[in-house]
Write a protein that binds this ligand. Structure first.
Ligand code: IPD
Length: 269
């Protein structure tokens, strides 16, 4: 059953990918949502439409939560729920920076069963199924073995409401001091895929949505990594907080994120 679900998710991702390729460099309708950095384009909307139609045709009884249609990031009561980001990395895409992906996960009672992350420009297809491992273009993935923060390369992102809400800047500065570097690549699903692939040793973010991370958390888990909230409690996909690492760094990164005294020196005023 999981193989069929995963194949369906991969085919749906390819439907979205056709839209992203078609509109690449040709956007005529870019508008802002809640803030000037929160963009939506016709590529987001049409990719979500194509993915949704494909999934509905094959699984008409399953629920569907997509970034464009999803007015809220709250969990639904559906036993099976497709969670879709039709274009993760919209700002990159709108600026012709080809770091973006389609992310599709199927949740069963809020836990991911299968996950697909596809960057149609690099043609990297990341896949995972519960208990069945994580793969990049068919090759098995394993998280890194970096044992300490001072030898690590991390990734993070910033919430769209960063001008008016806690914004992750203190955490970013603090971890930049403690590590070999922190990358901000603008696509949370690809950040998580890179943790699964051992390219990044860890990733954290606040103000993140379930559609950005649902597929990626399964990839990290299946590649041997660890996922939680900042305080090492089980991840709630809909809580807005995520910490994902190669497992070896997990408690160190958690402690650094919770070290508010150290973070205070980076706060304005
Ligand atoms: C965004 C990206 C970004 C992250 C933001 C997300 P979107 O997703 O994943 O890396 O920092 O929090 O909202 O809006 O491009 O799908």
């Amino acid at each position: 059953m999981l193989d069929t679900l995963l194949d369906t998710a991969i085919s749906a991702a390819h439907c979205g990918a056709e839209v992203l390729k078609q509109y690449w460099g040709k956007l005529s309708d870019i508008h802002t949502k809640a803030s000037r950095s929160d963009l939506s384009t016709e590529a987001d909307r049409l990719s979500e439409k194509a993915i949704g139609e494909y999934l509905r045709t094959h699984y008409p009884d399953y629920g569907l939560l997509g970034e464009e249609a999803g007015t809220s990031a709250t969990p639904s009561d559906d036993e099976y729920l497709w969670v879709i980001d039709p274009l993760d990395g919209t700002t990159n895409y709108a600026h012709n920076y080809p770091v973006c992906a389609i992310s599709i996960a199927l949740l069963h009672h809020h836990l991911p069963l299968v996950g697909v992350i596809y960057n149609p420009f690099s043609r990297e297809l990341f896949t995972a199924k519960k208990g069945g491992g994580a793969f990049l273009n068919g090759q098995p993935l394993r998280v890194s073995s970096t044992p300490t923060l001072d030898a690590s390369l991390l990734a993070t992102g910033f919430p769209y409401n960063r001008l008016t809400h806690p914004n992750n800047y203190p955490e970013f500065c603090h971890l930049t001091d403690l590590t070999q570097g922190v990358r901000r690549n603008g696509s949370a699903s690809l950040d998580l895929a890179c943790v699964a692939a051992g390219r990044f040793d860890g990733y954290w973010e606040r103000g993140i949505h379930a559609w950005d991370i649902a597929a990626g958390v399964l990839l990290v888990d299946e590649a041997g990594g660890q996922i939680s909230n900042y305080a090492l409690q089980p991840l709630d996909l809909f809580s807005g907080y995520i910490l994902a690492t190669n497992r070896l760094l997990h408690s160190q990164l958690s402690a650094a994120l919770l070290d508010t005294r150290a973070l205070d020196k980076f706060k304005k005023n």
